[in-house]
Design a protein. Structure first.
Length: 345
């Protein structure tokens, strides 16, 4: 997804009742961090830019956040937001969507999640940036070269919902495709306090290019099946029995690990790369050799130490995932949230 320039006023209530697989400390930027709170933005809105914009001050330091108008009203790089909508948009439900929903209204419904940070409680960082890494345009430059001590990163609600549930969310799953059925049993919209069954429904939130994404755990199951079937076929082709093929399938299924969404932060000084730091925004067991037991979808702000990048005048953000299409393009949107940039004094 690429940014579309518009202001959206959100009227959906915030929920406080959802917990995720990993409990994370609630992080809030310190006063001497670059927080973007000095930039003017209405309550529960977002703003896109046609060109780079400056943030910070003499106390915290000054950076320039890149923003690019890529044509046809679309953008990449950074936008500014303070939205914290963490449920499926109501208009994405066949039950609640108006019968005459226009394409613009559909996009606004998607944008309400794309420009929202996902936090397990009410977001306390006020303004923050939403980065779209398309075209390597999500970067900021420093007014003076220096060391970036850390930044805060988080998932957008768009990515969180897709990774946790998928493009379609209901109470009925197709075990073969690992997708929830849009005509399945109605469910409660996540994070909505009202528990009345009158508000139960099925929900849909398409990914980029109108793709129907499966949840990350479903992607893992499908990929493990593919590997198992390849191994089974190899055993049968070599003259093995059906029983041997089944045993090989089960072993391959068990041993294969996949499932992640990763943010990579690259440092540059005078055009030369100084290093990079990886941070998982979602991770399934066995993928990270250093922490093979990790199993989470990031559900709050996380502090990332960038001192290993050394002296830099630019930090570039990239995203990668195990879940891609036949051309290698990510199925989940290339979006993330950024706040609390601390520069060494």
């Amino acid at each position: 997804m690429k940014f579309k320039p518009k202001y959206i006023v959100a009227i959906i209530s915030l929920g406080l009742l959802f917990s995720c697989e990993e409990e994370l400390e609630l992080l809030v930027p310190y006063p001497n961090d670059i927080t973007f709170n000095e930039l003017t933005l209405g309550r529960f809105t977002f703003k896109t830019y046609n060109e780079p914009f400056v943030a910070g001050d003499n106390e915290s330091g000054i950076i320039t956040a890149n923003a690019v108008n890529t044509g046809n009203g679309t953008h990449s790089g950074f936008a500014l937001s303070n939205q914290n909508l963490r449920s499926y948009p109501w208009y994405s439900s066949p039950k609640f969507a108006p019968t005459s929903l226009s394409e613009t209204e559909k996009q606004q419904s998607i944008d309400s999640s794309a420009y929202s940070v996902y936090t397990y409680g009410v977001n306390r960082t006020e303004n923050y940036l939403v980065g779209n890494t398309t075209g390597d345009n999500a970067y900021f430059t420093l007014e003076k070269p220096g060391v970036v001590e850390h930044v805060l990163v988080a998932n957008t609600s768009y990515n969180y919902l897709l990774m946790q549930y998928g493009s379609v969310y209901s109470g009925t799953i197709d075990s073969q495709t690992q997708t929830w059925l849009i005509n399945g049993n109605p469910v409660k919209n996540p994070n909505i306090p009202n528990t009345s069954t009158d508000y139960y429904a099925t929900f849909r939130l398409p990914s980029t290019a109108d793709v129907e994404a499966v949840r990350l755990s479903g992607h893992v199951i499908l990929e493990k099946r593919k590997v198992g079937e390849i191994v089974r076929a190899a055993v049968l082709d070599s003259g093995g029995t059906e029983a041997e093929g089944e045993t090989a399938y089960k072993a391959a299924y068990k041993d294969y690990s996949t499932g992640y969404l990763k943010l990579t932060m690259e440092g540059y000084l005078n055009g030369n790369k100084t290093g990079e730091v990886d941070e998982y925004l979602a991770l399934k067991p066995g993928v990270d050799p250093v922490n093979p037991e990790y199993n989470f979808t990031l559900n709050d702000w996380r502090k990332v130490d960038l001192t290993s990048l050394g002296q830099v005048d630019k930090v570039l953000f990239k995203m990668s995932s195990s879940y891609v299409d036949a051309q290698g393009k990510m199925i989940y949107p290339t979006l993330f949230c950024l706040d609390g940039i601390r520069l060494s004094k």
